[in-house]
Design a protein around this ligand. Sequence first.
Ligand code: F6P
Ligand code: MN
Length: 338
Amino acid sequence: MSQKISLTRYLVEQQRMEGHIPSQLRLLLEVVARACKSISQAVNKGALGGENSIMGTAGSENVQGEVQKKLDIIANEVLIEANEWGGHLAAMASEEMDSIYVVPNRYPQGEYLLLFDPLDGSSNIDINVSIGTIFSVLKMPEDDRGVDEGDFLQAGNKQVAAGYCIYGPQTTLVLTVGDGVAMFTLDREQGSFVLIEENVTIPEDTQEFAINMSNMRHWDEPVKRYIDECLAGKDGPRGKDFNMRWVAAMVADVHRILCRGGIFMYPWDKREPEKAGKLRLMYEANPMSWLIEQAGGMATNGKQRILDIQPGKLHERVSVILGSKNEVERVTSYHAKL
Ligand code: F6P
Ligand code: MN
């Protein structure tokens, strides 16, 4: 019988490798995984949670003006409470909080910064469809005295760890520390995440795209052209038929792409032209782009590699095109011809 490798063992082995993750980062990732386990439990209970049921809205809005679901808030609290006391973090930032959360003085401060989208795809909660937690880890800038929001404004290529946990038919944690992508599924009997795949690789070509087609009339020319060509199928310029998938939770669409390839797009569109896109650079696009690149895929905003974008503010949005390399290259080249 082949031996199961737990997340703990995987991380310890990563730590042992010369120059790889330091022990503080290993501990931090263990704590994030523990928090995800507890969010997974809440998700699993659904309406059976009684007074603590996670279903429904919380009656508030987040900083981006989106209605907050109860589970958005619960997941945010679980992540903060789990991570604030361990001594490895200086501060946290979340899609659900207006400003950064500095680790209180009563706890020791560490050298890492944790960013997260506590519950991605929250419109799926009430209908029993996949949702997830996305996270990204940065290091405090050297010689910094006192943490502030500016310390978070680092390009995605500075991340030291990134990942997500998807709460679907299985709860699966997907992680990179810059040495490929590994997947771990939660074994509920054992209570631990078990390695199911190492060196995840995305095929370079695909016949599957993910985009919210209802926005078609608002898209820019390059995106329209790419999708029109896919829709033309065998008889069109691509000479092959394409299939479409849209779960409406980035975490689930990206997970599918890591498992079997595809292209995901949430591009800038004319509905709100002053916004760069819908998705958040720091909590969604950066961690997902690093995972995709680590698996051999590509991620751009149409013009630039997402990981090279210098953020101007914490809640910055971005246009996202990511997935199988040859398809992302194609869409990006259509942007260059504008
Ligand atoms: O976090 C934003 C998000 O929920 C993503 O997870 C998802 O990809 C997208 O929005 C869905 O957008 P729409 O409502 O346009 O389908
Ligand atoms: Mn989200």
